[in-house]
Design a protein around this ligand. Structure first.
Ligand SMILES: [Ca+2]
Length: 129
C-alpha cells in the first residue's frame, strides 16, 4: 500500500495531478488509437457537385467523433455512425484538395486518414456536330 502510494505520487509529479487522477481511477485504460478510413471518395478520384464523404471508424472503447477536414478547414463533425459529411465542391477552387477524417475514441486517442482528390466542376463539353 505504501509502495503504491509512492508510485502514485511519482506519477503525479511526472504527469501532473489532473492527468494522473484520470489514469489511476480507471481500472482499465485505453491507450490504443482508433481505426479510421475514408471509404468514399477514393484517393485520387475526380469529384464534382455535392460529394458524400464517408468514413469507417471503429475502436474497442467506442468512437467519440469523426471530424471531416478540407485541408486545415473543418467541414463538419459526425458523432453517430455511419460517419459521413456532404461536401459541396462548387465552393472550392478547382484542382487538388486534401480531405481528412480525424477520429477520437472515448479516451481521447486519435487517428486520421487523408486522401487527395481533384475537384473539377467544368460542365461536360457539348458533343460536336
Ligand atoms: Ca482506443
Amino acid at each position: 500500500m505504501r509502495i503504491r502510494l509512492r508510485f502514485q505520487l511519482l506519477l503525479a509529479f511526472l504527469l501532473g495531478p489532473s492527468l494522473t487522477a484520470g489514469c489511476l481511477t480507471s481500472s482499465s485504460g485505453d491507450f490504443f488509437p482508433p481505426f479510421v478510413e475514408i471509404t468514399h471518395p477514393q484517393d485520387g478520384d475526380t469529384v464534382s457537385g455535392v460529394v458524400d464523404i464517408s468514413a469507417a471508424a471503429s475502436d474497442d472503447s467506442g468512437i467519440e467523433s469523426v471530424r471531416f477536414y478540407l485541408g486545415a478547414t473543418l467541414l463538419g463533425v459526425d458523432e453517430i455512425a455511419p460517419y459521413s459529411w456532404l461536401w459541396n465542391t462548387a465552393t472550392v477552387t478547382p484542382g487538388t484538395a486534401q480531405i481528412e477524417a480525424r477520429v477520437a475514441d472515448t479516451f481521447g486517442n486519435t487517428a486520421f486518414h487523408r486522401i487527395t482528390v481533384t475537384v473539377d466542376n467544368t460542365p461536360p463539353q457539348a458533343a460536336p456536330y
